[in-house]
Design a protein around this ligand. Structure first.
Ligand code: NAD
Length: 488
């Protein structure tokens, strides 16, 4: 740490936000850490000014300058046109890794899983969270799921580096690559490739459905889990909930330049202003922030005081249980209890001891962006085109006749699918069809170029075919890079 105090950006948020951030800052100040705090406005007040992103334009400069943001929860207004501030922050600042430790504090906080200690590392920018959605026909809506090679490599490497630096023994990858063979298949392949470089750490892959079931039933079998954005969003709430309470977990959103730390819960408007909220989630987030800043000693000091407070049975209403709690306290009293215990350690729960030095992980991409960039070496060839058309749900044989009659192109109609299932040739009448048809055109022989596709589209348009969109079909190194139709 430099001699000059580090400045972190803070945002008080909405609902219980100001109460729990005040509590957290009070504890930080009493812990002896040298930090300055610079406030920015986020959330409801900003939305109400008509700024749809929920963040003042000048706040970006402050956040980028200080690089570290401690953020209280905000209320997301319902309704059209409003963008989730959290998603905007993560994507704009390149906060690619969402790290959420989910630990049980049994017997002080009741849970069915006393030995749970799982860290979820969720990819934070890609997948369906690109928000690229379209209504394409009267019946069909689409959301694009984008999984990229560099994005995947970065999060997978982060998970292994995190495991190594934190003495974790195993990294489990959750994907659904039995169904999404290209997107989730990439995630799984990169995981297998990167895992080879970490022979000291056990690795395994589970299909996300059975993985989630096992996580909910036997979380002790997991250590670090790495997974794409949407699955990570869901399983990290499952994990936090079964560890005892969503009110206890903090999360870190890590980028290569900036980082944001927050509680996992929302702004809890139902209890706002009552001085009864549990500030623990934000306190845990602040501990993660201190570790990120290299202030490991003070991080341990606050973490241990907080554990000791839980152990002493000083509990806010959300975790109060007459069988183990000694005293029900409000937010201010809980804060004072943690401050009183600074310097103490828990006697039954494991003592926190963050090793000295910064834990900021440095991630070097070698599969996707290194000197040996495989995408440069690959040969990409155009192999055909899927033309998506709007057509009333009718007999697919009629559509095939219309398409074939409309074009003289060398590109020949090979298949029609509806919702991914082959309906022509040789479809059966039981297959349910919508007004959204994928028509696959492949040349009888040889390769094609973009002009062949343009000519095909011109023919089809002249033939009154209502084209919605096209997807080029590629081969990379003579390997098919598109999915087949179900039943093809
Ligand atoms: P919530 O997490 O705010 O509340 C769910 C329940 O948990 C409520 O009963 C609440 O009283 C309780 N609770 C939450 N935190 C608590 C705490 N620290 N202490 C004691 N009890 C606590 O979820 P919600 O009600 O679905 O969402 C409220 C608002 O928060 C929404 O506008 C939502 O969009 C927003 N939200 C923001 C974030 C964020 O800023 N990171 C995250 C999630 C939700």
């Amino acid at each position: 740490m430099n001699k000059a105090n580090k400045t972190v950006t803070i945002a008080y948020g909405d609902g219980i936000g100001p109460e729990i951030l005040n509590s957290t800052i009070e504890i930080l100040k009493e812990s002896g850490v040298n930090l300055n705090y610079e406030e920015v406005q986020l959330g409801e007040k900003v939305y109400k000014k008509g700024i749809r992103s929920g963040i003042e334009p000048e706040a970006w400069d402050v956040i980028r300058r200080n690089k570290v943001l401690l953020k209280a929860p905000i209320t997301t207004p319902q309704g059209e046109g409003v963008k989730s501030l959290n998603v905007t922050m993560r994507k704009t600042l390149g906060l690619y890794a969402n790290v959420r430790p989910c630990i049980s504090y049994y017997p002080f906080v009741w849970t069915k899983h006393p030995d749970m200690d799982v860290v979820i590392v969720r990819e934070n920018e890609e997948d369906t969270y690109g928000g690229i959605e379209h209504r394409q026909t009267f019946e069909v809506y689409q959301c694009l799921k984008l999984i990229t090679l560099p994005g995947t490599e970065r999060i997978v490497r982060y998970a292994f580096e995190y495991a190594r630096k934190n003495n974790r023994k195993k990294v489990t990858c959750f994907t659904k690559d039995n169904i999404m063979k290209l997107t989730d298949g990439l995630f799984h392949d990169v995981f297998k490739e990167v895992a080879k470089e970490y022979s000291d750490i056990e690795s395994e892959n589970l299909i996300v459905d059975i993985g989630t079931a096992r996580l909910a039933d036997t979380p002790e079998m997991f250590d670090v889990i790495v997974t794409p954005n949407l699955y990570g969003d869901i399983i990290s709430d499952v994990a936090a909930q079964i560890s005892g309470s969503v009110g206890l977990a903090g999360s870190a959103n890590i980028g290569s330049e900036c980082a944001m730390f927050e509680a996992i819960h929302g702004s809890a408007p139902d209890i706002a202003g009552k001085n009864i909220a549990n500030p623990s989630g934000l306190i845990r987030a602040a501990v993660m922030m201190l570790v990120h800043l290299g202030q490991s000693e003070i991080a341990s000091r606050i973490h241990n005081a907080w554990l000791r407070t839980l152990e002493d049975g000083v509990h806010t209403a959300d975790i109060y249980n007459p069988e183990v709690s000694k005293k029900q306290v409000n937010t201010d009293q809980f804060t004072a209890a943690v401050i009183d215990r600074l310097g103490e350690k828990p006697t039954q729960l494991p003592v926190a001891g963050y090793p000295k030095g910064s834990k900021k992980l440095s991630i070097n991409l070698t599969l996707s962006r290194g000197n040996d960039k495989p995408s440069k070496k690959s040969v990409r060839e155009l192999h055909g085109v899927d033309v998506f058309v709007y057509w009333e749900p009718e007999d697919p044989d009629k559509l095939a006749e219309m398409l074939k009659g409309a074009t003289q192109s060398d590109l020949k109609l090979k298949m029609i699918t509806n919702r991914g299932t082959k309906v022509w040739p040789d479809g059966i009448k039981e297959t349910f069809c919508t007004d959204h048809w994928r028509c696959r055109f492949i040349p009888e022989k040889g390769k094609i170029n973009q002009f062949d596709i343009i000519n095909l589209l011109e023919d089809l348009t002249k033939g009154k075919i209502d084209i919605i969109k096209t997807e080029n079909l590629y081969e990379f190194d003579n390997k098919r890079a598109f999915s087949l139709g179900q039943g093809e």
